[in-house]
Design a protein around this ligand. Structure first.
Ligand SMILES: Cc1cc2nc3c(=O)[nH]c(=O)nc-3n(C[C@H](O)[C@H](O)[C@H](O)COP(=O)(O)OP(=O)(O)OC[C@H]3O[C@@H](n4cnc5c(N)ncnc54)[C@H](O)[C@@H]3O)c2cc1C
Length: 379
């Protein structure tokens, strides 16, 4: 029988004040804010992957707070108040990222963001302009800008897009390197004294007196005073009652494009398609709305159907007539639900969850981390 040494039991695997499941952006920002509030608190983050393996290192790296059609669709579906609440959380989250990390550390570039509008139904320039005005008015108290979004159709031909009728610009949007951000956060948390353990899957948990005992896939269990579940799309495996479903997001990256005429982050079709420059290459993702059922999966592979659709989108709208090949393809798993609002709550005494980040977790995670740290520490 495998037995732990006394050294292991009294260090890496010792009882902790807080154990966090999941070392994606949410788990890491929670650890950061817990340590900021209570430097002496003992914290371990446990991840089943060798590196974080969900959405945080497999996304598109948009530092964004929503596009016009996305926000209008959110408002129609969940109400204006919730839409604005999410924008504010994302906006504040982006500010926190910029405050904690230097741009160079996390590959942050502020080239602005755009939304492509194709087809004219309901999107005649005047109708669109007045919709933008209404939204800008509502966003004013968050962004403090007269015009968060504005039409900039002149750039369509400059950028070389085809079958695009309008372009909406948002100068406040940026892009970052998700791998660098995740690694920088990990180093920061470790430098504050957080223990990070990989390749350990938490299988179940049970509260026994004042301790939470975590069964793992390894030959040992762990114990903590508080347990925080930040496993996002995979949350149902530990909390079957939660309304969180997996939603696969697929991505591709092209070869270098000679003289790529634009830089920035771009949204299309309520955010279901998104692309950005990665140096002189194009990173494109999305098209999940072309196969909702097939993409409701935990399987982190890519499918021919979606990849072909993405390539078609590139040829038709983004890089018409330009030669390119595809250098990378991958997918990541988002946690979604019928509601876009994340689930942040105390499940039972000393057991918390912060999950269901949808396609917004880069920006949301710092604010959620601070909120959860407040809930746990009462400070
Ligand atoms: C293709 C794609 C593009 C995206 N683009 C953007 C974007 O441009 N901007 C943006 O803001 N958001 C984007 N997102 C969403 C964003 O990436 C996520 O919302 C965010 O990363 C979620 O972070 P998280 O920490 O909640 O979850 P995750 O990063 O998924 O982390 C969960 C972690 O939990 C671990 N885990 C799971 N179960 C267990 C267990 N039982 N025990 C131990 N560990 C476990 C996993 O290994 C994983 O590392 C995108 C997502 C995808 C998939």
């Amino acid at each position: 029988m495998y037995q732990l040494s006394v050294w292991e039991k009294e260090s890496f695997l010792a009882h902790k004040d807080v154990i966090i499941a999941g070392s994606g952006f949410v788990g890491l920002w929670c650890a950061y804010y817990l340590k900021k509030k209570c430097p002496k608190m003992s914290i371990a983050i446990i991840d089943r992957g060798i590196i974080p393996t969900g959405a945080s290192t497999r996304n598109a790296g948009f530092a964004c707070f929503g596009s016009v059609t996305e926000l209008m669709a959110d408002s129609a579906k969940s109400g204006e108040e919730k839409m604005l609440q999410l924008v504010e959380m994302r906006y504040k989250g982006l500010k926190k990222i910029r405050k904690v990390f230097k741009s160079k550390e996390i590959g942050y570039e502020g080239h602005g963001g755009y939304e492509l509008i194709a087809g004219i139904q309901g999107h005649g320039a005047n109708a669109l302009r007045s919709q933008i005005d209404v939204l800008n008015h509502k966003l004013r108290k968050i962004t403090k800008k007269e015009k968060t979004f504005y039409l900039n159709d002149e750039k369509i031909s400059e950028f070389g897009f085809a079958h695009v009728h309008h372009l909406i610009e948002n100068r406040m949007e940026g892009q970052l390197h998700s791998g660098k951000l995740c690694q920088a956060l990990l180093h920061l948390a470790q430098s504050m004294g957080v223990t990070v353990l990989n390749a350990i899957e938490i299988k179940s948990f049970e509260k026994i007196n004042s301790r939470i005992i975590l069964q793992t896939n390894q030959a040992f269990s762990l114990s903590a005073g508080n347990f925080l579940i930040c496993t996002n799309a995979f949350a149902k495996q530990l909390l079957p009652q939660l309304e969180v479903e997996p939603a696969r997001g697929q991505v591709l990256v092209t070869s270098e494009i000679q003289g790529l005429p634009w830089k920035g982050t771009f949204h299309y079709d309520e955010g279901f398609y998104y692309f950005r420059n990665l140096g002189n290459r194009v990173l494109l993702g999305g098209a999940r709305n072309k196969a909702f059922d097939e993409e409701r999966t935990y399987d982190m592979s890519t499918s021919e159907k979606i990849q072909q659709e993405l390539e078609h989108f590139l040829h038709e709208k983004i890089l018409p007539g330009k030669p390119f090949s595809i250098e990378y393809r991958w997918s990541g798993i988002m946690g979604v639900g019928t509601e876009k609002m994340p689930i942040i709550k105390e499940i039972q005494e000393n057991i918390y969850c912060a999950v269901r980040m949808g396609g917004m977790g880069v920006a949301l995670a710092p604010v959620i981390g601070e909120d959860v740290a407040k809930k746990i520490t009462g400070r």
